[in-house]
Design a binder for this molecule. Structure first.
Ligand code: BTN
Length: 247
C-alpha cells in the first residue's frame, strides 16, 4: 500500500480477524510508525523498506523470534549483497565497518504479540533504510546508515530485497523447528556484535552497566556487572566505546 499508520498495527488488527500465518504487509510510507520501547518510527517516503509479516508460532519460541529475525536479516544482507553488518542485541541491524569506523543503524525490528484464547499471533515489523536519496536526515546523521552506502553493487529493488529477507527468515524458522533453539542461538551469537563488549543497557527497571557475555535460551542477554551476572530480557543496548570503558 502507499501509505498507512503502521503496518504492524494493521497486521495485528488483521490477525485478530483470522489472517493466516505468512501474510506480508508492505507500505511506502507510515505516518504513525511504531518503534521499540514505545517510540515512534519516522521514515521519509521511498527511502525505506517498511514491512510486517505474521507468524503463528508455538508459545515456547516467542521470546527468540526477535533474535531470529535479526539473524535472518543480517544473514540475507551479507549473503545477497556482501554488506558488512551485524546484530546489536536484541535485533538492531548495524553496519560494522571493517576499518573500525563507527557502527550505524541500518534497520530496526519490532515484534508484537496478540493472544486471543489459544490463538497466538506475532507480528514482526522491519524498517530498513535502503537509500537516503536526499542525504541522511540531520537528526539521525550520526547514528543511521543506508544499504546503498554499504554495498558496491546496484541498490536492490524493494521487492527483491524483501524476497531475500523472507527466504532467510524462512530458513531460520526451519532451523529452529528442526534443530532447536540452541542451534539457532549458536548462529545468533556468531553474528551478534554485542557479545564481548562493554554495554550500557537501558531496561524498564533501570540502567545496567557491564560486559555482555552470553545469550540465554530465552534470548535474554547476560551481563557481567561489578556485582555479579544479571540477565536482561528487554531493553536498549548501547555499546560503550573502548575509550569510555570504566577500566
Ligand atoms: C526499532 O525501534 O528499531 C524498531 C522499528 C520498527 C519499524 C518497523 S517499520 C514497519 C513496521 N511497522 C511499524 O509500525 N513498525 C515496524
Amino acid at each position: 500500500m502507499k501509505e498507512t499508520g503502521s503496518t504492524n498495527a494493521d497486521l495485528l488488527a488483521a490477525s485478530r480477524q483470522g489472517a493466516k500465518e505468512g501474510v506480508v504487509l508492505l507500505a511506502e510510507h507510515q505516518n504513525a510508525g511504531r518503534g521499540r520501547q514505545g517510540r515512534t518510527w519516522h521514515d521519509s517516503p521511498r527511502n525505506a523498506l517498511l514491512v510486517s509479516w505474521l507468524l503463528r508460532p508455538v508459545q515456547s519460541t516467542v521470546t527468540v523470534l526477535p533474535l531470529l529475525t535479526g539473524l535472518a536479516i543480517a544473514d540475507a544482507l551479507k549473503r545477497a549483497y556482501g554488506a558488512e553488518v551485524g546484530v546489536k542485541w536484541p535485533n538492531d541491524i548495524l553496519s560494522v565497518p571493517t576499518n573500525g569506523g563507527p557502527e550505524r543503524k541500518l534497520a530496526g525490528i519490532l515484534a508484537e504479540a496478540s493472544i486471543q484464547g489459544d490463538d497466538l499471533a506475532v507480528v514482526i515489523g522491519m524498517g530498513l533504510n535502503i537509500e537516503f536519496r536526499d542525504g541522511v536526515p540531520d537528526e539521525i546523521a550520526d547514528v543511521a546508515t543506508d544499504l546503498a552506502s554499504l554495498i558496491s553493487g546496484p541498490v536492490p529493488e524493494r521487492l527483491e530485497l524483501l524476497t531475500q529477507i523472507l527466504i532467510s527468515v524462512e530458513n531460520q524458522l526451519q532451523l529452529l523447528e528442526t534443530a532447536g533453539v540452541s542451534r539457532l542461538l549458536d548462529r545468533y551469537r556468531s553474528c551478534c556484535v554485542t557479545l564481548g563488549r562493554e554495554v550500557r543497557l537501558e531496561t524498564p527497571g533501570g540502567v545496567i552497566n557491564g560486559r555482555a557475555v552470553d545469550i540465554e535460551e530465552s534470548g535474554a542477554l547476560v551481563i557481567e556487572t561489578s556485582s555479579g551476572r544479571v540477565s536482561v530480557s528487554a531493553g536498549d543496548t548501547h555499546h560503550v566505546p573502548p575509550s569510555d570503558d570504566a577500566g
